[in-house]
Write a protein that binds this ligand. Structure first.
Ligand SMILES: [Zn+2]
Length: 210
């Protein structure tokens, strides 16, 4: 028998962990990895698996509402990702509570774990964090450069109307819309986004472009 909290090997009749003081109970143990995988598949499902059905459903509903609002305002998609990431922490807490811990706290618990458990925990936290940050960045980036403006659109409109005035833009190696938007915002907005808009021209000029 091993301590759920710190992994120390215990006598079969132990009621407390000799290393961390964790109370040992006879119970239907919930597996943290199953809870994390279920949470990965569906927000809140890990908490439901660990027996906290209400919290799991609340997390799921909040996530769904954020995604629905995200159709109209993409910041809600960022919120929905934060809910997704947070639901892993709640799944961890619910599994620990189901396994007999009175008041699980990740950072405090972490200190009492053995080396292998610490490495696994850090890896899991890193993976969740990287996925969350990468998805948030892609949402924010997609919001700035609308995906509806395709390469095809750029080349067809560029060759038709502005190959004379904008020929220098074809000299460089990278003529993707994004790099043009970075290097020459005024040209980008004129020919790609809005047509020749005097207000935007004036604004960009006042910002030191063009
Ligand atoms: Zn222990």
């Amino acid at each position: 028998m091993f301590c759920d909290n710190c992994g120390t090997e215990l006598a079969d009749d132990a009621t407390f962990c000799s290393s961390c003081g964790n109370q040992v109970k006879l119970r239907d143990n919930k597996n943290i990895y199953i809870a994390l995988i279920l949470t990965f598949l569906l927000t809140g499902l890990g908490s439901i698996y660990a027996g906290n059905t209400i919290k799991g459903l609340v997390l799921l509903i909040v996530r769904i509402v954020c995604v629905i609002f995200g159709i109209f305002l993409s910041i809600f998609l960022v919120f929905s990702l934060l809910v997704w990431a947070y639901s892993f922490y709640e799944a961890y807490r619910d599994v620990q509570i189901a396994n007999g811990h009175q008041n699980p706290k990740l950072i405090r618990d972490f200190k009492s774990w053995n080396r292998n458990n610490k490495i696994i925990a850090v890896l899991i936290i890193c993976i969740i964090s990287i996925l969350t940050v990468a998805a948030c960045i892609s949402i924010i980036t997609a919001d700035t450069y609308s995906p509806s403006h395709s390469e095809t659109h750029y080349y067809s409109s560029g060759s038709g109307s502005s190959i004379g005035s904008g020929s220098s833009h074809y000299g460089g190696v990278d003529t993707s819309p994004n790099s043009i938007a970075r290097n020459d915002p005024d040209w980008y907005y004129d020919h790609y986004e809005y047509g020749d808009n005097p207000d935007i021209d004036d604004y960009l000029e006042s910002q030191g472009y063009d």
